[in-house]
Design a protein around this ligand. Sequence first.
Ligand code: PLP
Length: 374
Amino acid sequence: MDHRGTTAWVNLSAIRSNYRRLAELAKGSAVCPVIKADAYGHGALAVAHALEREGAPYCAVALAKEALELRESGVHMPILVFGVPEHSWSSLAIRLGCAQTIYTEEHVRILASAAKSVGKRAKAHIKVDTGMNRQGLSPTKARAFAGLLADYPEIVVEGIYSHFADADSPDPTFTNLQIERFTAALAEFMQAGIVPKYRHIANSAGLLFHPDSRLDMVRPGILLYGLSPAPGLGLPDGFEPALTLTTSIVHIKEVPAGESISYGRIFTTKRRSRIGLLPIGYADGYPRALSNRATVLIRGMRAPVVGRVCMDMTMVDLTGIPGARAGDEVVVFGGKNLPVSEIADLLSTIDYEVVCMISKRVPRVHIDESSQED
Ligand SMILES: Cc1ncc(COP(=O)(O)O)c(C=O)c1O
């Protein structure tokens, strides 16, 4: 824990238990937990080691650099890199035994030349764009792409995948269309002689709401962390939030009625107030947009944020919590009693963004009931 007391506690037992729940839902298809962006802010190295102990057969990251960090910390499981291959990183990814995403002729050339330079075949997963319109090969080009790959024996196609745009929607129409397009593209690849070990499309919402999308592998991210795939959806049974962001009261100020608090003077005390100073601010990932809007938990009670959240500090009104003292623990968000979704709603965003915003200077402390570590 750092000297300020501002800490993101990550319960690895919850992550392991969420992983087991995902494996149950996957019903035999391989679970490839998504641990990009530092495991959605939860600390990728500790999360990856915990998953490896659970027997996860695969994991996915966005960048080759993230894969390198995992390997350097002793993670051995297969890793898929979602991002586009680049000359500078591709040979490293091959050396590290990672699979790379390909969907253009340029990607094929990058992987083939990297494979030659390393003297090892490159593992690839072909990405098909079935409607996200972000990354991937048009399904109509599947045949031609398969033909191109035939000239590059340096590349082994281990997987073919796609990504859902709207799997959390109550209307399944578009997701069903994506599944149809993906199935058609897979058939084209198979007819052209490409039969991958892993066909995969399901994210967390796909796994929950579209069991027919499970195929050989599923790629859940957000549910692994015990967070909800979409606003208003709630957390499905059997999942537990893993992260709690806490800080502590470092100072209490008695302020008379009629005094303004913090920059811009957007809050004025209506009564004599006890104002608590918290050593957390927007540089820690507690956004300024929460000024005068959010509450924190102290001694099981809510204390409102008063005035503007500053870069390193935030003030809360402790007047309604008479016993509150300097040194008290403050739950900023996370866990069951102040869910991440509450902050996401205040910010008109999604749980994903709230946890990804927790900045580097906040230490992640990992707790695992079975093996106390950090
Ligand atoms: C390609 C890909 N697959 C899977 C996931 C996991 O999605 P979720 O966190 O919604 O389960 C992501 C996350 O954005 C992704 O980009």
